[in-house]
Design a protein around this ligand. Structure first.
Ligand code: GUN
Length: 288
């Protein structure tokens, strides 16, 4: 079996085109332009690249963006004041704090300061709770991007045994809730899981997000499995690879996402989508 490659770049472009069209229509109808604030704290190299890409994507679709760069040593109180100013700013509709935060900062405490209505990442307990109760509003960007990919490729996942490898707050946990909501039987594994292979060989759908280059080998997976690779790992030779050993998995899976060009472009697209969602649902209608 040779897998069908899920082209995230193509789908991301298609969705971004729709977002751009909607933003242009807003302008024509006299509605305000959506605005996104991104807070970058410290000097994590990958975070800097991600934030730059977010800024470029906003510009492409006609969204206003404001990047706020802070030193690692910025006191928590000052960070919270900045968030509260953005909460009140009528030109800002979405707020994102790039993760991971420097170790000295209390991540959950800081994330909770973002108004749940501007929580473009879907990390606020209110939004996570709603997803948990099958009533999602703002949804975490990477899991939302993956759900959009599955939808675009018309892959029916109802009833599948879905395995999520990696239990992070950013990907694994919200991904588990998304797949549960979509009718999968979900299992989530993590660093303390024993006999990971037992779970892998029974999985019809695997989402892996562990940050370990080429970890998942094709010989472990079930024939025809759907493989979604969230990993973005830079090797010493400069090459970017995922968490999946692509060549062996490609020969056994039914669908597979490549790295780069799979899940990555969808994450930033979800961010644009969520910013527009906030404008349409919390500001245009004011009825949620
Ligand atoms: N760092 C890696 N992925 C993400 C994400 O989706 N949102 C935020 N805020 N930080 C991240």
């Amino acid at each position: 079996m040779i897998a069908k490659i899920i082209n995230g770049l193509k789908i991301a472009k298609k969705i971004q085109k729709k977002i751009k069209k909607k933003i242009n229509e807003r302008k024509k109808n006299g509605l305000f332009r959506p605005g996104l604030a991104v807070i970058l704290i410290g000097k994590n190299k990958s975070s800097k690249i991600y934030v730059k890409n977010k800024k470029i994507a906003c510009k492409k679709v006609g969204l206003n963006s404001k990047i706020c760069k802070l030193y690692e040593s910025t006191p928590e109180k000052k960070i919270i004041n900045i968030i509260q100013d953005f909460n009140k700013n009528p030109k800002i509709h979405g707020i994102l704090i790039q993760l991971p935060l420097p170790k000295n900062l209390n991540t959950p405490k800081i994330l909770r300061k973002i108004s749940y209505k501007k929580d473009v990442d879907g990390f606020h307990p209110f939004n996570t709770g709603l997803l948990c109760q099958r009533n999602p509003r703002l949804r975490a960007c990477t899991p939302l991007g993956i759900m959009n990919l599955l939808k675009e490729y018309k892959i029916n996942i109802k009833g599948l045994n879905a395995l999520i490898i990696g239990a992070s707050n950013i990907v694994g946990r919200p991904m588990m809730l998304e797949l549960l909501l979509a009718g999968c039987t979900t299992t989530i594994t993590h660093r303390f899981t024993k006999n990971l292979n037992t779970y892998i060989k029974h999985a019809d759908l695997i989402v892996i997000a562990i940050g370990q280059p080429n970890f998942l080998h094709g010989t472990w997976i079930k024939k025809g499995a759907i493989i979604i690779d969230v990993g973005i790992n830079r090797l010493k030779n400069g090459n970017i690879v995922g968490d999946v050993e692509f060549n062996s998995s490609y020969l056994k899976a039914s669908y597979i996402t490549p790295v780069p060009g799979g899940v990555g472009p969808m994450t930033v697209t979800s961010l644009l989508q969520n910013t527009l969602y906030i404008c349409e649902n919390y500001y245009d209608k004011k009825n949620l």
